[in-house]
Design a protein around this ligand. Sequence first.
Ligand SMILES: Nc1nc2c(ncn2[C@@H]2O[C@H](COP(=O)(O)OP(=O)(O)OP(=O)(O)O)[C@@H](O)[C@H]2O)c(=O)[nH]1
Ligand SMILES: O=C([O-])CC(=O)C(=O)O
Ligand SMILES: [Mn+2]
Length: 608
Amino acid sequence: MTINAPTAPAQAGTSHDALAKWVDEVAELTTPDRVIWVDGSPEEWRDVTDALVNAGTFTRLDETKQPDSFRAASDPSDVARVEACTYICSREEKDSGPTNNWMDPDEMKGILTQLFRGSMAGRTMYVIPFVMGHLDAEHPMFGVEITDSEYVVASMRIMARIGAPVLAKMEELQADFVPALHSVGAPLQPGEQDVPWPCNDTKYIVHFPEERMIWSYGSGYGGNALLGKKCYALRIASAVAHDEGWMAEHMLILKLTSPQGKAHYIAAAFPSACGKTNLAMLQPTIPGWKAETLGDDIAWMRFGKDGRLYAVNPEYGFFGVAPGTNQRTNPNAMATLKGGHSIYTNVALTDDGDVWWEGLENEPAHATSWKGADWTPDSTEPAAHPNSRYCTPITQCPILADEYDDPQGVPISAILFGGRRKTTIPLVTEARDWAHGTFMGATLSSETTAAAVGKTGIVRRDPMAMLPFIGYNAGDYLGHWIDIGKQSDASLLPRIYYVNWFRRDDDGGFLWPGFGENSRVLKWIVERIEGTADARETPIGHVPTPEALDVDGLDLTTEQIAEALAVNSKEWQAEIPQIQEWFTKFGDQLPTELQVELDTLTTRLGDC
Ligand SMILES: Nc1nc2c(ncn2[C@@H]2O[C@H](COP(=O)(O)OP(=O)(O)OP(=O)(O)O)[C@@H](O)[C@H]2O)c(=O)[nH]1
Ligand SMILES: O=C([O-])CC(=O)C(=O)O
Ligand SMILES: [Mn+2]
């Protein structure tokens, strides 16, 4: 850790000229007490976590239960992504498109410059060099986050490859980087006592796609503040990917090996809190099948020389939803957490120094809720916030695939889209071809969850699970998907599937047991790719025949399975006007291929 006196020039920290200049400018604007260059060392982790414990932000957990791990409780107002305050400030409004908030970049910079002025007073400004993806990638994707939050420093260390080796490489290459400026927006007057979770009611999460730059103000929460993740690896990277002909997607990556030893890599896009982390760490329930994890949230995909799409996970940790995670649903997440070095945010603290959340085993008789209140099983308020999270190193995952660290990535055989729908969407549907698959992704819909501020349970269209993350015009984004499908031979492209683990029966219960049992659906998908599984053709695509889905040993009746797989034409006919209305949003920007797909679907439904 290099400490500069307040007046010392920041160049002391780097021989990267552009970086030194930017750090100086930010320090001058935000007036921190000191500037620290984050090197990623174990001593630094100790210093930062000690500082967070002293500030009351972190509680150190019991060493035998949760080694080197901490629990944080946020301000009750700062618990999730704030989509209403998230902007794509392209130079032209049309380039931000119909799905994003926009403001003229100069106007936005004016507002934010005022807010950032003096915003780090009384605090330490940290400079975190990071790389999304591999440092040895052909084109390493550098970023530097400047933040006044120790919580961000500790979390970024888990979530991304950061520190001295990254800075050294940036200096050697004098490399371009994404400047990512973050402040919690809570300057301290001399002598003023800090609060455990500083933040500001005014929040802005702002992206300048042409300049490849991020400014985030007022929130300390994950997706708003760990700027390598959604802000860089999805919003900025999607704009870069569009320009350069690759893809930055909200997808997990997993490796599935059949009993015969044949491996396939699968990517899957589900909206926030709809099952990516759980599927990425799946424990198959069918004999002989093995799953390994490569990533749980983001995939960057490029064509290889062989014409296949190769995916890498640009992250280095998991930022997972805590509630519902337990030994039965996700034993591999539990084992990852057992490795320690983890941060839990907005979960309950037990009296013996452990953490607890709804759905976890061993419900305590008493705990401290995420809001700091006494909690007992009789309490009416939840112990953990529904969007409480764990942040833990990917390298501790017991089923991590060796290839996760390969800068070339892995060739993808199948892409899954999925959402949370009580009705209409069958357990699994296979697209007829890439354009049809793109249509499935473009019309993906899901009930809203606690991962973003706002009402939950509302069905909304969420194209490729990217609605809050597309860093440019969503119509162009859909066009980009269509284009990608034209760049390789159809036989080399991943096959596309639409899944729904969340369909309900008449009593409101889940029709499908989900979690490890989802391996049965993956098995059908792999067998389809290999040409050995049956399907029936329906107006919406191919669904498994009841015999083709391996339900051996599953406690479901034939009727329940049929219900999970049903294509109900009445429900689909009701869907058509909603899709039409959704497409209207895109105007001329809607790729004609997608209108053709909608017309085809309408005709097919009319015929049945
Ligand atoms: N019923 C059912 N629930 C599931 C299944 N998979 C995940 N869930 C629940 O859905 C919630 C979110 O799951 P995650 O795997 O954390 O979702 P995610 O897509 O990784 O979410 P983000 O990290 O916000 O992007 C958790 O409460 C899970 O227990 C499933 O197959 N069936
Ligand atoms: O970004 C976040 O804050 C958490 C997350 O993974 C999501 O919301 O998809
Ligand atoms: Mn997740």
